[in-house]
Design a protein around this ligand. Structure first.
Ligand code: AMP
Length: 402
């Protein structure tokens, strides 16, 4: 990471990627007086609707990235699969306060786990596996059940498979599960897979019998780091459904869970010399221990509650961080529940907006409504998160996920 300079209002922030994360970054940036440029292939994308200008081009279009860089004082990104080399190649014309090491680490599950473990932080036991023989050897060491994941390109459970029996393990050789599913598209280059008998570069992880999933956000400006509360996340069909803020066991900032999560978040942030916001997905174990599942080098879906519930939200923290501004310690002003609005939830939730004044409704302005596509979210501030979660479910809007 290069040393961050204090970016003055009126300067331009370029965002690679124009989805909802870019949109909410852009909104924060606009409040702070920055100009915002967006690179995204979809005209009038969510961030394009908020930013000052948009370059309509693919994310990996090197000429377009250069154009974005030439028009911006700093560049940032809203998703992790950005071409790190392409970003490095424009450092002659713009600043990239986040650097690209964070991207390179988080783009590859092996690099990511290695980095996390190197900082003394626990993960599921894991082995890199590139052939059937390596897979069999890793299963013998780690045991079953285990989770086989492609090292690159996976998200929301895509490109990953739970192996419960030896038969499941042998099945991998026959089905090459990342092929033909449409889920492992970026799993390996054809050359890599050909060299490994059709096997995509993968990681085998021990199956963690967690009590629940949680996350913590940490933000930094390259020198100073602040954390947000630990929240509990409920996934349905591998997609985040609901976030409970704070996680019950972390409501007290001095609780063992809050302390352990904050400690590991600050260690990772310092390890990366973090500028901007990093999402850290956690497994909370039945004995109260905590492991890191994965890292998101950007604001995170589970942090959307911070917009209403915290004194500084994750997007403002991101923008302040990349702008080299000092970061105040975020305070949780209210407990909150956040629920995602996927394509199939748009009509039922819109029908109820008029009768739920307590709903803070966010709609990302995506033109095309698709099943399972993240279209918006709703946050409710509450002093009883369990009751509020029940009330949200009782509306029936999310019944398809049961
Ligand atoms: P990931 O893409 O790595 O975040 O995984 C998606 C989801 O799969 C996680 O949110 C967990 O619910 C589940 N999962 C991933 N890895 C493991 C593991 N090692 N043990 C148990 N569940 C896992």
């Amino acid at each position: 990471m290069s040393e961050t300079k204090l970016l003055q209002p009126g300067s331009t922030i370029g965002i690679v990627g124009g989805g909802q994360l870019g949109q909410m970054m852009a909104l924060s940036a606009k409040y702070m007086g920055f100009r915002v440029g967006v690179l995204d292939p979809t005209p009038d994308c969510p961030a394009g609707q908020v930013g000052d200008w948009q370059i309509v081009a693919e994310y990996d279009d090197k000429a377009a990235i250069r154009q974005l860089a030439e028009r911006s004082d700093v560049l940032t990104y809203e998703f992790e699969n950005v071409d790190a080399d392409a970003l490095d190649s424009v450092r002659d014309v713009t600043e990239i306060p986040q650097g690209t090491d964070l991207l390179r680490v988080t783009q590859d599950r092996i690099n990511e786990k290695t980095f996390i473990n190197k900082h003394g932080i626990g993960t599921a036991p894991w082995r890199a596996v590139n052939t059937m023989d390596e897979l069999r050897a890793a299963v013998a060491e780690i045991g079953l059940p285990a989770v086989l994941k492609t090292t690159r390109g996976g998200y929301d459970g895509h490109g990953q498979f739970v192996l419960r029996t030896q038969a499941d393990v042998e099945q991998v050789a026959h089905t090459k599960p990342w092929d033909g599913t449409g889920h492992g598209l970026e799993a390996g280059t054809p050359e890599e897979e050909a060299a490994n008998g059709g096997f995509a570069p993968s990681i085998l992880e021990g199956f963690v019998d967690f009590a629940y999933e949680a996350s913590i956000l940490v933000s930094g400006n390259g020198k100073q780091y602040v954390t947000f509360p630990v929240v509990r996340n409920v996934h349905r069909h591998n997609i985040l459904h609901m976030t409970i803020a704070p996680a019950e066991h972390a409501a007290d900032p001095d609780s063992p869970l809050a302390t352990a999560a904050r400690d590991l978040a600050l260690r990772l942030a310092a390890g990366f010399k973090l500028a901007g916001t990093l999402g850290i997905e956690l497994f909370v174990l039945k004995d109260g221990g905590v492991l890191v599942n994965e890292l998101a080098p950007r604001p995170h879906n589970s942090g959307h509650y911070t917009i209403e519930a915290c004194s500084m939200d994750q997007f403002e923290a991101h923008v302040r961080g990349i702008a080299g501004w000092p970061l105040p310690e975020p305070k949780l002003l209210s407990h909150a529940v956040m629920v995602n609005v996927l394509g199939q939830h748009v009509a039922p939730t819109r029908a109820l907006i008029g009768t739920h004044p307590e709903w803070f409704v966010h709609d990302y302005g995506k033109a095309e409504v698709k099943h399972d596509r993240k279209m918006g979210h709703i946050t409710v501030l509450t002093d009883d998160t369990a009751r509020t979660a029940q009330e949200l479910e009782a509306t029936g809007c999310w019944d398809d996920l049961k």
